[in-house]
Design a protein around this ligand. Structure first.
Ligand code: ZN
Length: 87
């Protein structure tokens, strides 16, 4: 991470490159990009829902479970196996 002095230099360089009038617009678009980046990260971490019984042991798995209560397979394995079977 750049320190305070480096931030000032970066700011001055940006000021020279884009001009003072364009900086607020640039800052806004940068803020928007980082907001969208965070939203994307959040969506990436949404756990996959398990629907119906486990494809390995046919035991009913709760949707928010991380492991099958019957065979101990992980939710990722169950989702992968389900999509493999339905394909
Ligand atoms: Zn199972």
């Amino acid at each position: 991470m750049p320190g305070g002095g480096e931030m000032v230099i970066i700011f001055l360089v940006l000021l020279l490159l884009f001009g003072a009038s364009r900086l607020p617009k640039l800052a806004r678009s940068m803020g928007q990009a980082s907001k969208e980046f965070k939203t994307g990260l959040k969506e990436g971490y949404t756990p996959e829902e398990i629907e119906g019984p486990c494809p390995f042991c046919e035991v009913k798995v709760p949707a928010e479970a991380k492991f099958c209560p019957g065979c101990g397979k992980s939710a990722e394995d169950i989702v992968a196996e389900k999509s493999r079977k339905s394909a």
